[in-house]
Design a protein around this ligand. Structure first.
Ligand code: UFG
Length: 328
């Protein structure tokens, strides 16, 4: 029997490559379309690769006609909250204008199912914790606004063209499938966990804590970290749901538990046995103090269950991969 194709935009990136691995394990063929601006060619291991940009609508149409994917997973986005504050033009162009080009190609090719990589950044400063899906959406940085705009665009495309979508609002993706030699590798790296691991490896001199005067127990920001393969599992279950029910969904993905920056530094010290310098610096613009998601809806609707909910297990998987990739 011929394998069914799923087109994965951003399939050479951190989250996209783990989704491809999961799809292949389930018997699907991931077709990766990526411009390699942030992704890695060596992360493409489970299907064909097409180098291209979201803005190339005609190329996207050609690829869709050739491979006839049953669905699209869209993870091709600029992803750093801090960067988006200094470079809103790049973020609106890539994340909004680029996505509209993709959606138009899908409509032309009559592909009506998309799983969209959204973010908890659409909520902004939370009024209640854990954050539920109906919480007010008031993003406090351009990155979050680009994701919210696309959620609205998807609603309008459903009304007008019948496009069905699952928007997965991730909290903080972490960890790696290190056996497959894929993991978190951004350039430049801005994310907390890989930076702490860099400090543990001696690749950087110290880890900066961006603010210790937040209204949290130890003064540092709290986030909800979720293992990357649990995110991949949720993408697959969202795809199955769309095919079975033909209904759009908006779902949080997290672990319903929060860890502070200082707590994560301690977990890394305990796991690696290495010590390193820690410096307190100014707050980073656009950072909410505390983000923890309620994920009951994803669990009940998709029958999704995170497999790796212990933080030390998540960090250990990241460390295994990180030291293999970056040790000299
Ligand atoms: N942090 C530091 N020092 C660093 C890097 C980060 O103290 O060197 C802090 C940040 O200020 C923040 C926390 O660590 O409080 C986590 O920061 P990350 O940059 O790792 O992650 P963010 O929470 O800012 O952003 C991530 C993803 C986004 C997503 C968001 C949702 O990168 O795509 O989670 O919370 F939208």
């Amino acid at each position: 029997m011929q394998m069914k194709n799923i087109l994965v935009l951003g399939g050479a990136g951190y989250i996209g490559s783990h989704c491809c691995k999961y799809l292949a394990d389930q018997g699907y063929a991931p077709i990766v379309f990526d411009n390699l601006s942030q992704g890695h060619k060596d992360f493409v291991k489970w299907g064909p690769f097409i180098k291209g940009s979201l803005h190339e609508t005609d190329k996207l149409i050609k690829v869709m006609k050739e491979y006839e994917p049953v669905a699209v997973m869209h993870l091709a986005a600029f992803l750093s909250v801090g960067d988006s504050v200094t470079n809103p033009s790049g973020y609106y162009n890539n994340n909004v204008v680029g996505t509209i080009s993709l959606l138009d190609a899908m409509i032309k090719c009559d592909i009506k199912n998309i799983i969209f990589s959204s973010s908890c950044a659409i909520y902004g400063q939370p009024e209640t914790i854990p954050i539920q899906e109906f919480h007010e959406k008031s993003p406090i940085n351009p990155y979050g606004r680009t994701k919210l705009i696309i959620e609205h665009v998807l609603e309008d495309y459903e009304t007008a063209y019948g496009l069905k979508s699952v928007c997965l609002r991730y909290f903080n993706a972490a960890g790696a499938d290190y056996q497959s030699k894929i993991g978190e590798d951004h350039s430049p790296e801005t994310h907390l966990i890989p930076l702490i691991l860099d400090a543990a490896l001696g690749r950087i001199n110290c880890i900066e804590i961006f603010g210790d005067d937040y209204n949290t127990p130890d003064g540092t920001c709290i986030r909800d970290y979720l293992h990357i393969m649990d995110i991949a599992q949720a993408h697959f279950k969202s795809f199955e749901y769309l095919l079975a029910h033909g209904k759009s969904l908006r779902l949080n993905l997290g672990n319903e538990k929060g860890y502070s920056v200082k707590e994560l530094i301690q977990v890394v010290k305990d796991i690696t046995g290495n010590t390193f310098k820690v410096n307190i610096s100014a707050r980073r613009p656009g950072d909410p103090a505390k983000l923890i998601g309620s994920t009951q809806l994803a669990k009940t609707t998709l029958n999704w269950q995170p497999q790796y909910n212990a933080i030390d297990e998540i960090i250990r998987s990241a460390w295994e991969w990180h030291r293999k990739r970056f040790s000299v």
